[in-house]
Design a protein around this ligand. Structure first.
Ligand code: UTP
Length: 294
């Protein structure tokens, strides 16, 4: 089965970011800077590289900077041009999303990831779409979603990027129950949100990159109407995904690359070091400073 083209992506950015308080008191977590770009920009660039044409942000109170970041800033452009700052100008142009391709919908209360995706339903219509959690950043040669879209062209259906985690950490993630594996693809027969290590059916965790079929929206709607709360008292995306198992192709995808959880302080610091070291313009200087520090 080949998959219909994935043109739209949802970026859930309505969370409270409590693990990063007070930094996130007046600034969205997704605007935290990884080296020299906000987290949201990494996610948008990843989506763009995968062929995404329409970008749907699920926002909430206090998230305006996320909207402004992707605007055209004419005054700044003119000033940079006048000063001959071409590199800065080029960097700035990468933040642009053309008019009519960026959409915002509001999640009035942070009721969970499933609820956030449900909030984007009217903008999604009846076609497959991607979901990217911007606080998870992947350092890889080929962007993670692009790897997924390539695999999806062959198998279609629903696809979740996954990686192995230590068994003692399964209670932090959505975990797959796998029927069979073929190379990077794992056929999924079950999904559990944040299982205790002893109850986890595997150690394959969902990292925060999804390709989903539109039928998920009806399942999410059912759960929202019933106020069906899952792990952490939230309306979980994983719980609704269970309803598609056995009905549509459903795969876990072992991508190539390393993930960093930038919603967590240690993960965020590690990501800053790793991304800086991956940059030819910064590597040598950063390494020198790090060696002095440790
Ligand atoms: P997290 O659970 O990591 O984000 O959600 P959080 O709730 O903001 O963070 P903490 O735990 O309080 O520190 C992953 C992504 O999903 C979004 C978040 O904004 C983040 O980008 N999200 C989460 C929503 O959009 N709505 C929600 O109800 C929950």
């Amino acid at each position: 089965m080949s998959g219909q083209k994935v043109r739209k992506a949802v970026f859930p950015v309505a969370g409270l970011g409590t693990r990063f308080l007070p930094a996130t008191k007046a600034m969205p977590k997704e605007m935290l800077t990884l080296v020299d770009k906000p987290l949201i920009q990494y996610a948008v660039e990843e989506a763009r590289a995968a062929g995404i044409e329409e970008f749907i942000f699920v926002t909430s109170k206090g998230k305006d900077p996320l909207e402004d970041h992707f605007d055209m800033h004419s005054d700044l452009y003119r000033t940079l041009e006048a000063r001959g700052k071409t590199a800065e100008l080029e960097a700035l142009k990468k933040t642009e999303i053309p008019s009519g391709k960026l959409f915002f919908t509001r999640q009035r209360e942070p009721l969970g990831l499933g609820h956030a995706v449900w909030c984007a339903r009217s903008a999604l219509g009846n076609e497959p779409f991607a979901v990217l959690l911007p606080d998870v950043v992947v350092l890889s040669k080929t962007p993670c979603l692009e790897q997924m879209v390539d695999a999806y062209k062959t198998v279609g259906g629903n696809m979740l990027a996954v990686e192995d985690v230590p068994r003692e950490d399964t209670n932090k993630y959505g975990i797959l129950d796998v029927a069979s594996e073929n190379g990077k693809l794992a056929v999924v027969k079950g999904l559990v949100e944040k299982p205790k290590p002893e109850a986890a059916p595997s150690t394959l965790s969902i990292i925060g990159r999804y390709i989903l079929q539109p039928e998920i929206l009806q399942l999410l709607d059912n759960n929202v109407q019933k106020n069906a709360r899952g792990a952490g008292g939230e309306i979980q995306l994983t719980d609704a995904l269970v309803g598609l198992l056995g009905k549509q192709p459903f795969h876990g995808f072992r991508f190539e690359g390393k993930t960093y959880d930038c919603g967590d302080k240690v993960g965020f610091i590690e990501a800053n070091v790793a991304f800086a070291l991956s940059r030819p313009d910064l590597q040598a200087d950063v390494l020198k400073k790090l060696k002095k520090l440790v």
